[in-house]
Design a protein around this ligand. Structure first.
Ligand SMILES: [Zn+2]
Length: 239
């Protein structure tokens, strides 16, 4: 019988991979760069408190970016999420460390802040205890077809040392963050070899003109079965 362990291999008996749990915790802590979660071996130490102020927040995002460069963890990108004048999430690019192409600073900062604001969710300290997402009514005049949504990171700001790529900007939309502050421009980012700008251009084109081939409506009826399952679920939790 296969025994489940934290590594990705299926095997019987005890897992002999050293440090797997530590590495997993480290990934989760990049999710909590510095501040919020237990610091696993190799993770950054507890960050010093950052004085409130927009300039200080950008300096902290930049500090995280430089740390990532110096440690060889990823590109020069860092982000902090601020609520009521206090940093509640930190992230830094860890693509080189993890080999995971989406390990961007904004994504990890969003995960860090979300884990803190939703402690009953998977990455939170009270996982398993009741409902996880607080619902708030839609804003007056909103075209949203749903009357309430989960709060997510509404009421928060994000500070990023460089312009967000389209993936991270989309993540910011999903998070309902109110305000984005970024320092270096897309043009500045292109100059150091990270070409995010073309993705923004590509997104504006029809599906069949994009750089990556997209087969639109392929097996649509099959895919729609999952949508039906969602709509038929009477106790579904909107978000
Ligand atoms: Zn990004």
């Amino acid at each position: 019988m296969f025994r489940s362990c934290s590594c990705s291999a299926e095997h019987s008996g005890d897992c002999t991979m050293p440090g797997v749990l530590g590495r997993r915790a480290f990934l989760a802590s990049a999710v909590g760069v510095g501040m919020s979660m237990a610091v696993a071996p190799g993770a950054v130490a507890q960050a010093a408190p950052v004085p409130a102020g927009k300039k200080a927040f950008m300096e902290e995002a930049t500090r995280l970016a430089i740390e990532s460069v110096e440690k060889g963890w990823g590109g020069p990108f860092g982000a902090v999420i601020v609520k009521d004048g206090e940093i509640i999430g930190r992230g830094q690019n860890r693509v080189l460390l993890t080999g995971i192409p989406v390990f961007h600073a904004e994504i990890t900062a969003i995960m860090d802040a979300s884990a803190r604001l939703n402690p009953k969710a998977l990455l939170g300290s009270e996982y398993g205890a009741g409902t996880i997402l607080e619902m708030i009514p839609r804003e007056p005049g909103s075209p949203d077809p749903v009357t309430e949504r989960a709060r997510m990171l509404k009421g928060c700001e994000i500070y990023i040392n460089g312009a967000p790529c389209p993936m991270c900007m989309s993540a910011i939309y999903w998070s309902r963050i109110d305000h984005v502050y970024f320092a270096a421009s897309l043009k500045d980012t292109s100059k150091i070899g990270f070409d995010d700008a073309f993705q923004y251009e590509d997104f504006a084109k029809p599906w069949d003109q994009r750089r990556i081939r997209v087969s639109e409506n392929f097996e649509r009826e099959t895919g729609l079965k999952a949508y039906e399952a969602w709509m038929n679920k009477t106790d579904r939790h909107p978000y």
